[in-house]
Design a protein around this ligand. Structure first.
Ligand SMILES: [Zn+2]
Ligand SMILES: [Zn+2]
Length: 167
């Protein structure tokens, strides 16, 4: 997982929500796979300060309300959840505060997994076609298993092609 740079030049990380140097809010842009610092506009939209592409975003509802996410949603996307959180169909029972801690960890692991899958250009499709939102360990394991199989297929195909190329 690579490190990123804040608008102010400070090094920031995939999980960060605030720059410790300039105090700007930070968020991950899954559409361009980068961390960005944001300026809050008068109308409530978050203006990305990343060099490219410029754009207006909203914080994922799980970022704004629950603080378990740091991904952003482009304003042209009507979904309240980011691309990671909309895969959830169930979340833990938050009347137990311990569950919030556990949920935070699950979401973090899921975002890292999705980052890897997107980096490899592997398809990520939710159970209902990708548009709804629970996360169960089952779902996560299933997702990992499916994508791992796909990854294995791609790697073995590449290895076979490479081996043929060497002959
Ligand atoms: Zn900064
Ligand atoms: Zn989210």
């Amino acid at each position: 997982m690579k490190n990123y740079q804040c608008h102010c030049g400070n090094t920031v990380y995939f999980e960060n929500t605030r720059c410790l140097v300039c105090d700007r809010s930070l968020g991950f842009l899954p559409d361009s796979m980068q961390m960005a610092a944001f300026a809050l506009q008068a109308d409530g939209a978050w203006q990305s300060l990343a060099p490219a592409p410029p754009g207006l975003y909203r914080q994922c509802a799980n970022y704004a309300r629950e603080n378990v996410c740091n991904w952003m949603v482009p304003t042209y996307d009507n979904h309240i959840y980011c691309r990671a959180c909309r895969l959830n169909q169930i979340i833990p029972d938050l009347s137990n505060p311990q569950n919030h801690v556990l949920w935070t960890r699950i979401e973090r692991a899921k975002r890292r997994l999705l980052y890897t899958l997107y980096s490899l250009h592997l398809p990520v499709v939710g159970r209902d076609g990708g548009l709804a939102g629970i996360i169960t360990v089952d779902d996560l394991l299933e997702l990992m298993a499916e994508n791992l199989m796909e990854l294995t297929r791609i790697i073995s195909r590449e290895q076979a092609e490479e081996a043929r190329g060497r002959k």
